[in-house]
Design a protein around this ligand. Structure first.
Ligand code: ADP
Length: 868
């Protein structure tokens, strides 16, 4: 992927902000954004929260005030209740009982109300002081009829008559003993009565307490120090005027409530009817506005503190969240950029400590996104291109295929075919699509086979096996001729069902080639000579008919192993990689076996040849040759015999002489043993000499079978010289022998080689016959090299003309009257037979040299023998 330049236009929207933030370190940006976000959120929420809080504060204030007012009323009620309890206590007090016990109040008898003013009556217990209650202004004792019998004026004030009336009237109420507020001269009095009973429960009288509800009463009732000044008062409901107040100086009785509303927040609660006996009195609390304001201020401070705390929490939370999110984002983006760098080759953004990576990343992400998009487009383009190419390639392959390709549907109708199929079956794509294929293009006899292959392919595919099925069948060309094809079926499963692609390869040529190969194979089989093929380890893989005698002799058949020594031969051929021949005699027949290795296949082909006849002919030829040599010898014998007979004459005459001499000595009585013994010795010596000459003669004549053996060439030369000794002497020839030292061992037929040498020496003698006797010379030399031994026979005779030279070795060529012309041709045959050579060199008028060369036996052997 290529890297496109950074898109610069994205900077135009926010260049200022970007320039401002870019150099700031990441955490600072996060904190700033957190701060701003926190503030913004707080500002929005504070609108709502502020309203809520002030509403709550107001409600709270109201609640506070109403609570205070109610609390005041409760205290007032409780205070009243404590008086009621004390009254009950006093009414049942022992002292009062003791006081009343002796007194009997008669209803109609006149009496004087007993008045206590200065001293507290004895029947009054100290209960008020004990309960910290101010002593009531008046304490009354009434008899059963309600007549006032005794009265205690604790504060020295006379009992108002109005009060007495009201008390007496109250006692007539059904529940007259309950505390009651009564108005006496405009001032409310608390009146509480209780029944006094004797020990039997008989009513003796009534105790009644009267307490003026004045400032002292109210103060004592409240008994609480409010945080701000709260005043209480009793107000007449209908007139809205103060009846009595806790502070008569500030709130003088008789004043209208209206007067006070400006300075105070006023809360009124009606006292119960039972308590007041129909007087509509209200318990009213006064809280000065100043103190309400103080409370409100107090609330506001609290409210501000709350809001400030909320703002702080918002800012902190948002800052932390944004910082964490940005750090996390940063990490993710870094990882992403690393990945992009690796995958798409996009340069990583220049992350540096202290730079705002988030902003850098933003631009980088834009670039990244563009590149990814581009890469995706490119990839899909590439993919499409590849698809198209593949399609084109497939089509081209199909078009160019030398095989006929036909696609048929599940019912055997042609769906598509390639040009080769069109040509082979005379199909036309524009005409034959939809036509049945098999009926027109498969030979009728092979239709079942075709259907079977289709079914097999379909079955194989269904069972999840390899669905490619192959078979060979005869197809019908458009001209009606058949064409052998190899059919391969590939089923294709598509939504519409199963289709089959048929690949048909024309195998006419292949079948012909196979036939050709088969016929070629018959050549080997029909060959009259044995042909075998052996694999590695000597396993026989093929043997033709002619090999039967060989196999019988070896006792093996195709598939078996050859006998061990032949296996070794086969292995050797494979190792060397060279053809070699070996002869063998099997069942009286001689075979030459040629081992031809085919190393790349690990085979060795053995080509046998029955050479029994050849070998027999050779044998016979050798026999003939031996006989010829013999004839030759005999002819030579004729010539040599004269000399030898002459030579034999010498020892015989010597023997005769010595024998005569000895007999003469014996006849003349000169019997001296010493001379006789000497003569006898001479006779023996001469006889041995004669016998030696005769042995040679016999050897020359004897008919010996051709036998090869190791023989010394030097010894042979000497033996031949001895044969012609007589003639040499007779002709006065200077015979010069120049022999290589030691023995020269050659593997030869001794008689034959001697015959060759004798022939050559005799020819030399013949050539010298016409020379002046003093000039006749023959030189015989032997020479040896590591491989060869050579004998050279040189004469200084007339030599041989070049024209004669060419005919020298022709049979029956001779220039001599008694010559046979067979010496040299036989010599050449013998030397050929010994792997040797013979040739002549001649200078007419100067002499002739004949050379004979033979292979020698190993040098080591020769040198050890040379000592003897
Ligand atoms: P033959 O000796 O019976 O003639 P050869 O085959 O031995 O048969 O010799 C053939 C001929 O070669 C001889 O007749 C002779 O003319 C010639 N020839 C052989 N050896 C010599 C020699 N050393 N010098 C000259 N001529 C030779």
């Amino acid at each position: 992927p290529t890297r496109s330049p950074l898109p610069v236009k994205t900077f135009t929207v926010k260049p200022f902000l970007f320039r401002l933030l870019r150099p700031l370190p990441m955490p600072v940006i996060a904190i700033l954004i957190g701060l701003l976000t926190g503030l913004a959120v707080w500002a929005v929420l504070d609108q709502v929260q502020g309203r809520m809080i002030s509403k709550i504060a107001n409600r709270e204030l109201k609640t506070q005030l109403s609570l205070r007012s109610r609390e005041g009323l409760i205290r007032f009620d409780r205070y009243v209740a404590s008086y009621a309890a004390t009254t009950r206590l006093l009414a049942n007090h022992r002292r009062l009982a003791e006081h009343l016990d002796p007194i009997v109040w008669l209803p109609n008898e006149p009496f004087e109300t007993r008045l206590y003013r200065d001293a507290k009556p004895a029947w009054l217990a100290d209960s008020f002081a004990r309960y910290e209650l101010p002593t009531p202004s008046h304490i009354l004792l009434l008899d059963g009829t309600g007549a006032l019998r005794e009265v205690y004026e604790s504060r020295g004030q006379p009992l108002p008559g109005e009060l007495t009336d009201k008390i007496r009237r109250q006692l007539t109420w059904p529940d007259g003993m309950r505390p009651l507020l009564v108005a006496v001269g405009g001032l409310p009095y608390l009146v509480i009565g209780d029944l006094i009973e004797d020990s039997e429960g008989f009513p003796m009288g009534t105790l009644v307490l009267a307490v003026p509800v004045d400032a002292d009463f109210l103060t004592a009732a409240q008994q609480v120090i409010w945080p701000e000044r709260v005043l209480v008062a009793l107000v007449t409901g209908s007139t809205q005027r103060i009846v009595t107040s806790v502070d008569p100086e500030t709130l003088p009785p008789g004043t209208h409530l209206k007067t006070w509303r400006r300075d105070y927040l006023i809360t009124s609660q009606p006292l119960s009817q039972q308590e007041t006996g129909g007087w509509d009195l209200h318990f009213t609390t006064f809280v000065s506005h100043a103190s309400v304001d103080r409370m409100a201020r107090h609330m506001r401070t609290f409210e501000w503190r709350q809001r400030g705390l909320t703002a702080l929490i918002f800012i902190l939370v948002f800052t932390a969240v944004i910082y964490l999110v940005s750090a996390r984002l940063n990490r993710i983006l870094k990882r992403m950029s690393r990945f992009a760098h690796r995958a798409l080759g996009i340069a990583q953004p220049g992350f540096q400590r202290g730079n705002n990576q988030l902003l850098l990343l933003e631009d980088w992400i834009q670039q990244f996104t563009q590149l990814v998009l581009k890469a995706r487009q490119e990839l899909s383009r590439h993919y499409e291109h590849e698809m198209r190419e593949t399609e084109a390639l497939k089509a081209a392959i199909m078009e160019a295929s030398l095989d006929s390709i036909v696609t048929i549907d599940g019912r055997g109708r042609i769906v598509d075919c390639n040009p080769t199929a069109e040509r082979a079956f005379g199909l036309r794509r524009d005409r034959d699509i939809g036509q049945p294929f098999a009926v027109r293009s498969v030979a009728a006899s092979d239709l079942p086979l075709f259907d079977g292959l289709l079914a097999e392919s379909h079955r194989a595919q269904r069972e999840g096996r390899e669905p490619h099925v192959r078979g060979e069948l005869a197809a019908l060309r458009h001209d009606g001729t058949t064409m052998p094809v190899e059919l391969s079926i590939v089923p294709i499963e598509v939504d519409d069902g199963t289709f089959y692609t048929l690949y048909m390869h024309d195998i006419t040529e292949r079948l012909e080639a196979e036939r050709e190969i088969k016929s070629l194979a018959r050549i080997a089989n029909e060959s009259p000579n044995p042909i075998l093929r052996v694999a590695e380890a000597g396993r026989l893989v093929f043997a033709n008919r002619a090999s039967r005698p060989l196999l019988e002799a070896w006792g093996c058949a195709v598939g078996d192993r050859l006998p061990a020594d032949w296996v070794a031969e086969v292995d050797q051929a494979l190792v060397d990689g060279e053809t070699h021949e070996r002869e063998t005699v099997l069942a009286g027949q001689v075979y030459a076996l040629l081992f031809t290795p085919i190393r790349e296949l690990g085979y060795v082909n053995i080509y046998g040849r029955d050479i029994t006849a050849v070998r027999r002919a050779e044998q016979e030829a050798r026999q003939h040759q031996a006989e010829l040599v013999h004839v030759c010898r005999l002819s030579t014998l004729g010539e040599v015999a004269t000399g030898m007979a002459h030579e034999l004459n010498q020892p015989l005459s010597a023997i005769a002489n010595f024998a005569n001499g000895a007999s003469r000595r014996l006849q003349g009585d000169l019997i001296e043993p010493q001379p006789l013994i000497q003569a006898m010795g001479q006779i023996t010596t001469q006889a041995e000499r004669a016998s030696e000459i005769i042995r040679r003669l016999r050897a020359l004549v004897a008919k010996q079978p051709p036998i090869r053996s190791a023989a010394d060439l030097n010894a042979m030369v000497r033996e031949v010289c001895s044969f012609v000794e007589f003639d040499v002497e007779r002709l006065g020839i200077a015979l010069h022998l120049e022999m290589a030292p030691g023995r020269i061992l050659v593997n030869v037929d001794l008689v034959q080689i001697e015959q060759v040498l004798l022939n050559l020496v005799r020819n030399a003698l013949d050539a010298l016959a016409d020379m002046p006797a003093a000039e006749r010379r023959i030189a015989i030399r032997t020479r040896v090299t590591p491989d060869e031994a050579e004998v050279e026979i040189e004469d200084n005779g007339p030599g041989i003309e070049p024209t004669q030279m060419r005919r020298l070795f022709e049979p029956f060529y001779t220039t001599k009257d008694s010559g046979m012309g067979m010496g040299l041709p036989i010599s050449r045959t013998i030397l050929d037979d010994h792997d040797g050579r013979i040739w002549a060199e001649s200078q007419p008028g100067a002499g002739t040299t004949f050379h004979v060369v033979l292979p020698v036996i190993a040098t080591a052997e020769r040198t050890t023998d040379s000592a003897t």
